[in-house]
Design a protein around this ligand. Sequence first.
Ligand code: ANZ
Ligand code: ZN
Length: 879
Amino acid sequence: MIEQHYRPEIVEADVQHYWDAGECFRVTEDPSREKYYCLSMFPYPSGRLHMGHVRNYTIGDVISRYQRMRGKNVLQPMGWDAFGLPAENAAIQSQVPPARWTYDNIAHMKVQLRRLGFAYDWGREVTTCRPEYYRWEQWFFTRLLKKGLAYKKMATVNWDPVDQTVLANEQVIDGRGWRSGAPVERRDIPQWFIRITAYADELLAELDNLSGWPEAVRTMQRNWIGRSAGVEFDFGVEGDNAPLRVYTTRPDTVMGVTYMAVAAEHPLAAKYAEGDPPLAAFIDECRRTDVTEAALEKMEKKGHRLPVHALHPVTGEQLPLFVANFVLMAYGTGAVMAVPGHDQRDWEFARAHGIEIRQVVRPVDGDADLEAGAYIAKEATVSCNSGQFDGLDFQACFDATAEYLTQHANGERTTRYRLRDWGVGRQRYWGCPIPVINCDQCGALPVPDEQLPVLLPENVEFQGVGSPLANMPEFYATACPQCGGAARRETDTFDTFVESSWYFARYACADHDGGMVDRRADYWLPVDQYVGGIEHAVLHLLYARFFQKLMRDEGLVDVDEPFTNLLTQGMVLNEIFYRKTEEGRITYFNPADVDVQTDQRGARAGAALRTDGQPVISAGIGTMSKSKNNGVDPQALIDRFGADTVRLFVMFAAPPEHTLEWNDDAVLGANRFLRRLWALVHSHQAAIARLNAGRCGNGGFDWAGSHPDPQVRALRAAAHAALERINRDYQRYQFNTVVAACMELLNAIDRFDVPQAAGDGDEARVAVVLEALAILVAVLAPIVPHVAHVLWRALGQVDDVIDARWPEVDAGALERDTVEMVVQVNGKLRGHIEIESGADEERIRAAALSEEKVRRHVGDSSIRRVIVVPGKLVNLVVG
Ligand code: ANZ
Ligand code: ZN
């Protein structure tokens, strides 16, 4: 028997204790059962959970619990993405070693996660900064090294000249070091890379098969990989110059070339700069400009004419030749054929230099306006002004020109990727040491297996200037594994994306100490449902897919793709309030400290800070963030309302992929719903207990055939119709409408009259309430598992609701088996009857006459005729 009042703090503590004691969420591999692996992106242990975590993990937990009730063998693990920069920053600020800070945070956040009641198998917890984990990452890297899939090359880093250290991108603020404030310099140093480009084709091709991923994410990955088909071929150059080789993705526009451009570093530019000081100065200027894509887009397109012409490979035409600041030496051949009619950069440059803009492509129907800008379309187009290549669509013209250029201009078709190899080295302390030994004689060698792991010293003096590893001979001094001479350990550590690229596989066998993974990974992988933030759409998800393939090719796992289905949850938003001082300094105020005033019509009239009553400015709604001071602390909410209310709120407030706007009233509403549910079960529990006792438990009531009481039938129909909708919405993860349907069902049960005293004929009324409540509690169990656990018991169920079988829709209950008919006597409305659809005339007539009002109007007259409009109306003609 449950108490009268819902007290979440007691309910939740009890139920969590029960789950722990029974190890209810521990799973083992069971080949006889269908597995379901549900994974939420593991958190960085920053210290506290935020609402984004709560949303992410609630969605994952609801899916996991739902699948379990559907009979699957469900794995839902949790762990910690524990290496990374914030630990170093904290160490500098508060003098705690990064390891201590990290482990303390993990301990605290674990308590918070437990408090939310997530069904995790904590026995599989993975903490990436522990040697048990990262040793296998090191081992794996040494395999990649041996296969040539890992290599070292020069790469540019941000260098802080005052602190004498490499800075991460996040540590560069407006071009200055975050601590020293000194302008950051660029330096080239040797760094470690993994050859992701070797898998570019497969990573791209398999995106087509990932039908369980949002199209937007697949598109982002496609663009990131950026495969393009192109042609490299030669233009002639006047004088005794070598031919000028270009790379283009639009050979179909070759007839529209009106000038040529080379990069400042191109040999042709250098050749003519010798006797030309203005050109030399221009080249110098180009070298100093930023070459990021964004900068190239915006900057003024500048160029300097060279004293020779290039020669068109088809027409032999003389083309002006420039050195231009928008051509990059590192891309393609460092030279471009410029087609101002169909390339925007070329168009801008041509405009600025008075060069001809020639149209060679037009829309199939109509024309393009080249006065406004370049016409870049490739679909529904046709080539024009192109001589022998006229009248072709994009692909046909591409093929025809490519073929011609291959024959006549030393051409070659090429495939290029935007994707670059993954630079995995970081000049940081709090990361996994890269397992390499550098020997002056033998070069960079992998650390031998028996010397792994290379332990990261955890008790370090951390000054924040550079990585302490580079100043710790006890760490770096070692012997060369090949010649035995003195050698130096690599002091770079891995990018933390390396750890998160394989943790999903490690969960399958987290306790395995004989290798990276064991055969249990074959049982669990691929992850059936992955849940996480859209901010990881490209890097993390691409690296994880890449690692899956690397592991496959090492024989460690057998599937090609790690994540069958991906759900990217939307951001959690809240209002933003601020004040600005006269000097322009902005202070943000937490919405919880702001009172919003409304006018008579309920529209917002203003907002004021509660503490001083003075106005604050509203900046609308935005993502919850520290910088805007508009976060809501989940812990405070849990303390006040309980975890179930918080879980219910986040699931009800919006579909998982949409943004979720914070709303205090809706949190209260969620709490009220749970209290009503509790009260409802409480009010019926005595009657239910009697019913169950009479039927030896389970309330098993035989609903075969139609029940004579229309109200009983109606409630059954409502419950099963709700279940049908709920099932559909669970399948498509529309949890908000699941909750809405539950609310309606609760109202329907609430309206239903149940006799509270024992009485024979009322058994069906208790039974139908029990059935409806059992459906309601069962379908709510994934969302509000604690309260559902207790209420399930109160309904007389012996099993735990986590293991209850998902309720089934009884199609018989759904059939609208009665119709309402209007009863007329001599054409005048005299009453209504509820009657089985398909009842015959005899039955309808009897039912009509059983109505008191109808009987009065018929009186003693004889019935001469009965006119039935099926399903609608019966007219008794009397006289
Ligand atoms: C002629 C042309 C005509 C081009 C046209 C585009 C549109 P993606 O797709 O990113 O690979 N390009 C080639 N090498 C370059 C370099 N070193 N610096 C700057 N731009 C360069 O880009 C390929 C296109 O970028 C090439 O195709 C070339 O311009 C330009 F209607 O050639 B195109
Ligand atoms: Zn050596």
